[in-house]
Design a protein around this ligand. Sequence first.
Ligand SMILES: Nc1ncnc2c1ncn2[C@@H]1O[C@H](COP(=O)(O)OP(=O)(O)OP(=O)(O)O)[C@@H](O)[C@H]1O
Length: 259
Amino acid sequence: MSADREISVRVTGLVKRFHDHVVLDGVDLEVPRGSSLALIGPSACGKTVLLKCLLGLYHADGGSIEIDGQDVTRLSRADQDEMMKRIGVLFQQNALFDSMPIWENICFRLLSEKQLTRRAAKDRAVELLAQVGMGPEVADLFPADLSGGMQKRVGLARAIAGNPEILILDDPTAGLDPILAHAIDRLVDNLVAQNQVTAIAITGEMNNIRDRYRRVALLHDQKIQWQGRTTEIDDSHHAALMQMVEGEAEGPIQMLVEA
Ligand SMILES: Nc1ncnc2c1ncn2[C@@H]1O[C@H](COP(=O)(O)OP(=O)(O)OP(=O)(O)O)[C@@H](O)[C@H]1O
């Protein structure tokens, strides 16, 4: 496999602005295939905007976003839609449809694209529920019947329903108690390890970040200021990253960049 084939997502010089508000200005990011990346940074630094650019939900004002070597910013709408089928997304609020049973929520895309009959979709939903540690009895329930942690699992089941090559997660463990958060982390970890999925997650949860992700990228001041393997992060780097994410002094950044 060539070095380039090993990069699943490559962002180069990405610019995104809203009128005269420049949110991203020269973002460079590389995520190897089958790796998990934590995207961290202070509040309102543009993490969600970056992920929405990756998903084609926001149009980039400059730079490129390559997925498997293909610049998605230059694809036709139809080709971009095709590419997006290879990406599964877990939104922060899970974005489940209240009026649909869980099985239909999980297979929503497969049903709307007529990839499966309703009967096959329900069977598939039950399989996916098992993958996220839930029983078949959940299939006929509605989102309102489930706790926040269970909804998160269902959201994850939906994100993986189309066997995505890339999984994008917006703060997957926000608001969950530590035990549930750990369970979601383990599920994502298993997906990455077993299926060579590339996972990119925004996270504000810095505790144990070195155990939870293989890579970290710090977004601040419109750019990625530091990216690397979590094994490169020693305790002082970790403390510096924590300070940055909490919006404290900028000094530690220099230490990371120069390390
Ligand atoms: N559609 C939009 N129109 C105008 N400004 C936007 C839009 N979307 C995001 N922004 C602005 O872009 C900036 C970055 O927002 P974003 O939601 O990406 O931050 P974030 O890093 O995800 O923050 P948090 O960690 O607090 O969720 C904010 O100033 C926000 O107001």
